[in-house]
Design a protein around this ligand. Structure first.
Ligand SMILES: *Cc1c(COP(=O)(O)O)cnc(C)c1O
Length: 399
């Protein structure tokens, strides 16, 4: 299929929910993808923080091939070996003691909401159902996750939102304290607000929120759908904060491209779910778990990749700080942790994204004016140099 046919085909047969670039990508390997025209692109989007190991990582490909030949799907009516192994690996490497597997970020958030409500009714109070979330947050597109999301633009046209969510300012523990009432059962936050434009809270924010939650006997839920799986140089971003949540939603990077998510919780909270309380036909099927097992094992292997993420994150930030000095009239701020980095500029960033694409670089735009960088964790200095060179050229033309 050529790009012209692809554009026509999408418009003829697919619902018009995405503003797609005129680009048809056919093949990927490591940091690169190739278009239908045979042009190579350096990928700093990574499928929106999904391809943590880069495209078509051999270990993940091998795991999928092997599992696909044996058994792809079997119901959760039966024990699933790969699911048990993956659950064990996640439990051994996080605060959690129990896992529930799903197929996407929104579903991981939904499971977190349902588990919270069930636990709250039994252990906090029968009238406790309200979850405090943050303005400008993003938790997904299903009705529950959407209602938790603090951005009106996503709500528009889909009202009424579900009751039971209260929005407060992000990075402001006092706002949480003030919003707690006789119905509150939990606070749900992203450790870094990704979709809002990589908004990084002050270093002690989560610690203060944890203290407030403990003081009121309510739960802390973290949405690590974007920040998890090594993205910030730790397996999970909460590890930077010195505290742990009670429940956590994880997805995006966990299967390196295999649709997969997980809700993790402490034993105490997880016990609120009993047989029949929640379920998913596909959740944690052998194929998805085999892919995720290979991905998580590789991310954790000797800490090499996490260390590299940390070092490359520093290197990327240095490059962006340099650009910020050079183009101080365009660039407002460079921020982020590890390889979740945002460059806030004084104008719409979509023309910059297009100009970069013409030069063989894929980057993302969040919140209209923040260039967001989420490359695979395997990114190397040469890739960052190349990316920064292209960006410099594009900024030069603008100024
Ligand atoms: C992407 C994202 C989601 C939604 O994930 P889907 O897989 O698209 O449903 C939820 N929360 C956060 C923080 C995200 O970045």
């Amino acid at each position: 299929m050529a790009i012209k046919q692809a554009i026509e085909g999408s418009s003829s047969y697919l619902m018009n929910t995405y503003n797609r670039f005129p680009l048809l990508l056919r093949k990927g390997r490591g940091m690169s993808v190739w278009s239908s025209e045979g042009k190579e692109y350096l990928d700093f989007v990574g499928g929106v923080a999904v391809n943590v190991l880069g495209h078509c990582h051999p270990k993940v490909v091998m795991a999928i091939q092997k599992q696909a030949q044996r058994l792809m799907h079997i119901s959760n009516f039966y024990h699933i070996e790969q699911q048990i192994k993956l659950g064990k690996l996640l439990v051994e490497n996080s605060f959690a003691q129990k896992a529930f597997f799903v197929n996407s970020g929104a579903e991981a958030v939904e499971a977190a909401i349902k588990l919270t409500r069930k636990y709250a009714k039994e252990h906090i109070g029968p009238e406790r159902f309200e979850i405090i979330t943050a303005l400008q947050s993003f938790h997904g597109r299903t009705m529950g996750a959407l209602s938790a999301t603090g951005q009106e633009k996503f709500h528009k046209g889909f009202e009424p939102m579900l009751p039971g969510f209260r929005l407060v300012r992000y990075n402001d523990p006092k706002a949480i304290e003030a919003a707690i009432n006789q119905h509150t059962c939990a606070v749900m936050l992203e450790p870094i607000q990704g979709e809002a434009g990589v908004r990084v809270p002050s270093p002690d924010y989560l610690k203060e929120v944890r203290k407030i939650c403990d003081g009121h006997g309510i739960l802390l839920i973290l949405d690590e759908v974007q920040t998890g799986m090594g993205r910030t140089g730790k397996l999970f971003a909460y590890e930077h904060s010195g505290i742990a949540p009670d429940i956590m939603a994880v997805a995006k990077g966990i299967g390196n491209g295999m649709p997969m998510g997980v809700t993790l919780a402490t034993d105490e909270v997880a016990r609120a779910f009993g047989p029949g309380d929640h379920g998913s036909t596909f959740g944690g099927n052998p194929l998805a778990c085999a892919a995720a097992l290979a991905t998580v094992e590789t991310v954790l292997e000797d800490g090499i990749l996490l260390d590299q993420c940390h070092r490359m994150g520093d290197y990327l930030m240095k490059k962006l700080e340099y650009l910020k000095k050079e183009f101080h009239s365009i660039i407002v701020d460079a921020r982020g942790i590890g390889l979740l980095v945002g460059l806030e500029i004084t104008r719409e960033c979509s023309p910059i994204v297009t100009a970069c694409m013409e030069r063989g670089l894929l980057i993302n735009c969040a919140a209209g004016n923040v260039l967001r960088f989420m490359p695979p964790l395997i990114v190397e200095e040469e890739d960052i140099d190349k990316m920064a060179g292209i960006l410099e050229e594009v900024f030069e033309r603008l100024s």
